[in-house]
Design a protein around this ligand. Structure first.
Ligand code: NDP
Length: 276
């Protein structure tokens, strides 16, 4: 026994969703309000469409109302804004009320996340899902070396702030970083969010490190049912021989992202209706 742990995002997401469902029922029973989530999808990107489908299914299982709006790829910003102001009562992210900013992408929430001693109304879902998994698997962050691969607004940058708030010492790797492998190998906690299939090889990982693989990449695989297969940014087979724990793809961060979105949606509804 190597003591290797496969971090089960499906299981944790389900337990979070079950708790949310109880809260949604309690809210409905006492103040007759059911939280709702409106999703506006612009264009027909496959991965976005599947994310929206999963959100809808998750809303159903938590008892949260969901509204979907699909707009064509060539929609103007004005078209999108019209829907933001309609179904729920940055330029386009700025149109979202920060109190309803369940994705946590409003510049005000991003700013608060980055400030010491301040807290945003909402934390972005994928980064929050990563930290939640680390907490749920009792991974100590204080004083540890954490390395984040990627610096996007939606994953890399916010997750680096969250790790820092947990008192980890954080280094970010991006496309201009020299010797990424060497830097990654210093990590006690390695979070990969580059969108590069199998970029992180076994040799990039410090023995015993905890690895969170955020990547969702479709690669061609003639032997797979649809001719393509989903992989993360981490070469799983190699990583599980070195790491002490790792999230699989699929079944790791993906379901946690959705669970955090439901959690933020519930929190938003509770705050707006002053329901404790
Ligand atoms: P982006 O493309 O916006 O950002 C990628 C980041 O990785 C950039 O900062 C880029 O650097 C860096 N990067 C790219 N290639 C390399 C490289 N070869 N070496 C070092 N750094 C590199 O992607 P996202 O942050 O939106 O998403 C990242 C991945 O996570 C994707 O696979 C996406 O599908 C997945 N994802 C998964 C979610 C989930 O729920 N599990 C949710 C959101 C995303 P630079 O800044 O220099 O360009």
């Amino acid at each position: 026994d190597t003591g290797f742990t496969r971090i089960d995002g499906n299981k944790e997401a389900k337990s979070i969703t079950d708790e949310i469902k109880i809260e949604v029922s309690r809210m409905d029973a006492s103040i007759h309000v059911v939280p709702g989530l409106a999703v506006i999808l612009v264009g027909d990107r496959q991965d976005s469409a599947s994310y929206v489908r999963n959100k809808k299914k998750a809303c159903e299982s938590a008892g949260i109302k969901s509204v979907d709006v699909c707009l064509p790829e060539d929609s103007s910003e004005e078209d999108v804004l019209k829907y933001i102001w309609n179904p729920c009562s940055v330029a386009s992210t700025i149109a979202i009320n920060p109190k309803k900013d369940v994705d946590g992408f409003h510049p005000q929430n991003m700013g608060l996340l980055a400030m010491r001693g301040r807290e945003p109304d909402f934390v972005p879902c994928t980064p929050r899902g990563c930290i939640e998994l680390l907490h749920r698997y009792n991974v100590e962050m204080e004083g540890k070396r954490a390395v984040v691969i990627g610096r996007s607004n939606i994953v890399g940058m916010p997750v680096a702030h969250l790790l820092q708030n947990e008192d980890a010492t954080v280094t970010t790797i991006h496309s201009k970083t020299k010797n990424p492998e060497e830097i990654a190998r210093e990590a006690d906690i390695l979070i990969a969010a580059a969108g590069q299939p199998n970029m992180v090889r076994g040799s990039w990982i410090k023995p015993g490190a905890v690895v969170i693989d955020v990547g969702i990449n479709h690669i061609e695989d003639p032997s797979a049912p649809r001719g393509r297969r989903l992989v993360g940014d981490v070469c799983y087979e190699e990583a599980c021989k070195v790491a002490s724990a790792i999230t699989p793809v699929p079944g790791g961060v993906g379901p946690m992202t959705i669970a955090m979105l439901l959690s933020n949606t519930l929190t938003s509804a509770k705050r707006i209706h002053e329901f404790e």
